[in-house]
Write a protein that binds this ligand. Structure first.
Ligand SMILES: [Zn+2]
Length: 123
């Protein structure tokens, strides 16, 4: 189960951030999933529900941002939004492109509560 281990290492990251800031509660974890990762949103959600009791506090929310697959043409610098995995554009025929978003599963934001402050956001 690919998603399970992804979420597990994600929560390790979140726990480190929470520890660094002396968090008493993790309120929200925001992540980004791109279509190229092949990660199933529903499985991530399930794994999170299973593993999130390890986080400080209770009722930690998971927000998943699904980003589109985007690329930049290295020849003309045009940016391309890729639909249904079809790399098609009309400006030029160069296959020389660079993926700029949509190939990552990553932590975007963690919202924590500490005894001193509330709503500390860590990028
Ligand atoms: Zn081009």
């Amino acid at each position: 189960m690919h998603e399970f281990s992804l979420v597990k290492s994600l929560l390790r990251q979140v726990n480190e951030i929470a520890e660094q800031h002396g968090a008493t509660c993790v309120e929200e974890v925001k992540i980004e999933i791109g279509p190229l990762t092949g990660v199933e949103k529903i499985l991530v959600q399930e794994a999170f529900e299973l593993l999130s009791p390890d986080l400080p506090g209770s009722d930690c929310r998971l927000t998943i941002i699904e980003v589109p697959l985007q690329a930049i043409c290295n020849s003309c610098g045009k940016s391309i939004v890729v639909q249904n995995f079809q790399f098609q554009w009309t400006a030029c025929v160069s296959p020389n492109i660079r993926i700029t978003s949509g190939d990552a599963f990553r932590l975007l934001d963690v919202t924590i509560d500490t005894e001193l402050t509330t709503g500390v956001t860590e990028p």
